[in-house]
Design a protein around this ligand. Structure first.
Ligand code: PNS
Length: 167
């Protein structure tokens, strides 16, 4: 039986921290489905199509990664995709409270689905999509923080004027 996990998030945009978690997950699972939330409460910089497209391009040569957009309940998406594990990255203790709440709510909604927390490399423990956008917007270098395709797309967006970043 294939071991499948879902790795959900906004990915606006995907960072090297997310990629680090996905690569660690591939050591444990046969298949990882990267689940990109379609309609976050906050307005994303990149459209759903752009966010999915960048992740697909990054993992184009890895057949064990699937990338899909989703809305609705994460546990329903996991079940529909025959995955019984949700992977979440924990960067610091500050992530814990929100993640703990989400994991227990997801368990309440579907007790068959387990949440697995993984720590990224310490090099990325300070990294978030929000900070990447802010730093880039203000002229900072994001070279070691995001894949090449993300840096290119950030540049393309910035060429049209500074981003309006919502929290
Ligand atoms: O990138 P993020 O902010 O860490 O991702 C949050 C995400 C997408 C994992 C979370 O918002 C989510 O699962 N949304 C789907 C809606 C849902 O299932 N809500 C109930 C679980 S608490």
């Amino acid at each position: 039986m294939e071991k499948r996990a879902v790795y959900p998030g906004f990915f606006d945009p995907i960072t090297n921290g997310h990629i680090d978690i996905i690569l660690r997950g591939l050591r444990l699972f046969d298949k990882i489905i990267v689940a990109v939330l379609k309609n976050p409460k906050k307005k994303p910089l990149f459209s759903t199509k752009e966010r999915v497209g960048m992740i697909k391009a990054i993992f184009a040569r890895e057949p064990r990664i699937e990338v899909k957009a989703f809305d609705g309940l994460l546990v329903d998406f996991a079940q529909a995709n025959e995955a019984d594990v949700v992977i979440r990255g924990l960067r610091a203790v500050s992530d814990f409270e929100y993640e703990f709440q989400m994991a227990l709510m997801n368990r309440k909604l579907n007790a068959e689905i387990e949440t697995l927390f993984m720590m990224p490399s310490v090099n990325y423990s300070f990294l978030s999509s929000m900070l990447v956008k802010e730093v880039f917007n203000l002229g900072g270098c994001v070279k070691d923080l995001v894949p090449e395709i993300v840096a290119r797309n950030l540049k393309r967006k910035l060429a049209r004027g500074k981003f309006i970043l919502s929290n």
